[in-house]
Ligand binder design. Structure first.
Ligand SMILES: Nc1ncnc2c1ncn2[C@@H]1O[C@H](COP(=O)(O)OP(=O)(O)OP(=O)(O)O)[C@@H](O)[C@H]1O
Ligand SMILES: *[C@@H]1O[C@H](CO)[C@@H](O)[C@H](O)[C@H]1NC(C)=O
Ligand SMILES: *[C@@H]1O[C@H](CO)[C@@H](O)[C@H](O)[C@H]1NC(C)=O
Ligand SMILES: *[C@@H]1O[C@H](CO)[C@@H](O)[C@H](O)[C@H]1NC(C)=O
Ligand SMILES: *[C@@H]1O[C@H](CO)[C@@H](O)[C@H](O)[C@H]1NC(C)=O
Ligand SMILES: *[C@@H]1O[C@H](CO)[C@@H](O)[C@H](O)[C@H]1NC(C)=O
Ligand SMILES: [Mg+2]
Length: 422
């Protein structure tokens, strides 16, 4: 039952086989070949260790990206060495993204010293052509190649989407690895066209071989990796070092999925007549994975109670962002802001008749108050998420992916409109 029904083999490379799934059209099984290449018992042991690490890496990384909201071909883990993915026609380009100059970049750009930092990130692309050693390509070369995959022509729009997506994916993985004191030095990824939806999505794998990771301030770890890369003859000592490095990565890769800090949003409303507005804030918080509690209190009519509620949330050590929802005269947000060191966001439910006057009660503050004012409930939740994103990479990753997805939607909407008006 677990294997599903394997259809024909669609593709086979050096490290993977791709099978059709008879009962799941549009999906494929991506089978890692690691274990097939294993020789004697000792060698096999090492390869199994590696396969498990590659497995763990790929599934953790794709899970992280997917939870953030990045579109990927990955569907789910199937076994120790296989996963199910959307069937894609692969775009034969390797997108390389670099934060720190090292490796082949130094050879192609003599004079640049190892360790040079790129801000913004440095993007490069390589045409996947084994016979010619994967030559570096320019954007113009890719456009002139006029690839067409699953019926989608790879034009400027698709190239821009891949370029932007690569940067977002790098930044998300960089942020995640930073929680482990680890620098993501560079990364290479590939995109495919989902044959069902004709969307450009991150495909293939992101595994041990897709990136360079430098444990910050620990050059010996970095050397381990270099030892492996330069390794031509397999000495037991060298293999031990490589193995330690693998274990180091595999121990940490699952930590990338764990929240660093968990905070909460507390929405205080002056009256239950503002409930619908507050529910929208709560819903938007949920989309960032942030718990949100709704309370009713009026700073005008029950200030003692407002301050008591405030003290309750200050007393348990959970990082909190307060959102104040009060119509007419907003006393609630300013009173909170004047009495807590936690951030306070005013989100007044403005009405068409008096809104233009009412908003001043949220804007014009006595000195010493730092509350902000945001009018839409979704924007209040987003701003709270941005505050938590400073310390919680999972929240930050969702914000970053959402920014990419908005950019891509605009790009596709424009492409569609242009096509219609031709
Ligand atoms: N979701 C997918 N749908 C269809 N094909 C895929 C998918 N993911 C990966 N592939 C393709 O499966 C093939 C086998 O992968 P493998 O990595 O073993 O190839 P390779 O020997 O490294 O060659 P390549 O240089 O093409 O990567 C590759 O052509 C890869 O692009
Ligand atoms: C790709 O195709 C699958 C089914 O073939 C579909 O369920 C999925 O939503 C599509 N999109 C992405 C981004 O994978
Ligand atoms: C591969 O990953 C899956 C899902 O994370 C896990 O259940 C399985 O144990 C892993 N296999 C190995 C060999 O680590
Ligand atoms: C990616 O986009 C950036 C910014 O638009 C551009 O400078 C760069 O040349 C592009 N890189 C590639 C490899 O296309
Ligand atoms: C990262 O480094 C800081 C400062 O050196 C240290 O306090 C922290 O424990 C380290 N975190 C991890 C996950 O190693
Ligand atoms: C990465 O894993 C692959 C198997 O997926 C293995 O062949 C390769 O040697 C490993 N390389 C590094 C640098 O970890
Ligand atoms: Mg490959």
């Amino acid at each position: 039952h677990k294997t599903g029904i394997l259809g024909q083999k669609l593709n086979e490379g050096k490290t993977k086989q791709i099978f059709e799934l008879v009962d799941q059209p549009g999906l494929v099984l991506v089978q890692s070949k690691d274990q097939i290449t294993a020789g004697n018992a000792v060698r096999k042991d090492q390869m199994e260790g590696k396969a498990a690490i590659a497995n763990k890496t790929t599934s953790c990384v794709f899970k992280l990206l997917q939870e953030a909201g990045i579109k990927t071909a990955f569907v789910k883990q199937h076994s120790d060495t296989a996963f199910i993915a959307a069937h894609c026609e692969m775009i034969p380009i390797e997108w390389v993204c670099r934060r720190v100059a090292t490796g082949s970049f130094l050879k192609r750009n003599p004079g640049v010293k190892e360790g040079y930092r790129f801000s913004p990130l440095k993007m490069e692309m390589f045409f996947k052509d084994d016979a010619n050693n994967d030559p570096q390509w320019s954007e113009e070369q890719l456009l002139e190649a006029k690839f067409s995959l699953a019926g989608l022509s790879i034009g400027q729009c698709e190239v821009d989407i891949m370029n932007r997506s690569t940067v977002a994916i790098f930044e998300i993985l960089e942020k995640a690895w930073a929680t482990q004191n680890c620098t993501l030095v560079d990364m290479k990824i590939e995109f495919g066209v989902n044959v069902t939806t004709k969307e450009v999505v991150l495909a293939d794998v992101i595994d041990n071989d897709s990136w360079r990771l430098w444990p910050a301030g620990d050059r010996s770890q970095q050397k381990d990796k270099q030892v492996y890369r330069d390794l031509k003859e397999v000495t037991p000592e060298a293999m031990q070092m490589v193995k330690r490095n693998f274990e180091w990565v595999s121990e940490r890769v699952k930590l990338l999925l764990e929240p660093q800090a968990s905070g909460r949003v507390v929405v205080l409303m002056g009256s239950t007549s503002d409930m619908a507005h507050c529910e929208k804030i709560k819903k938007a918080c949920a989309s960032y994975g942030i718990p949100c509690t709704l309370r009713v209190t009026s700073a005008h009519k029950g200030p003692d109670e407002t301050l008591r509620i405030k003290a309750g949330y200050e007393g348990d050590g959970v990082p909190t962002v307060f959102v104040a929802v009060a119509g007419r005269s907003n006393g609630l947000g300013p009173v909170m802001s004047g009495n807590t060191a936690y951030p306070v966001i005013n989100c007044p439910p403005l009405t068409p008749d008096w809104g233009a006057q009412d908003v001043w009660s949220s804007l014009r503050m006595p000195s010493g108050l730092g509350c902000s004012t945001v009018l839409s409930p979704e924007a209040a939740a987003q701003f709270a998420a941005q505050i938590f994103g400073l310390s919680d990479h999972l929240v930050w990753c969702k914000l970053r992916a959402s920014m990419l997805n908005t950019w891509v939607s605009l790009k596709l909407a424009d492409k569609k409109l242009q096509a219609c008006s031709l």
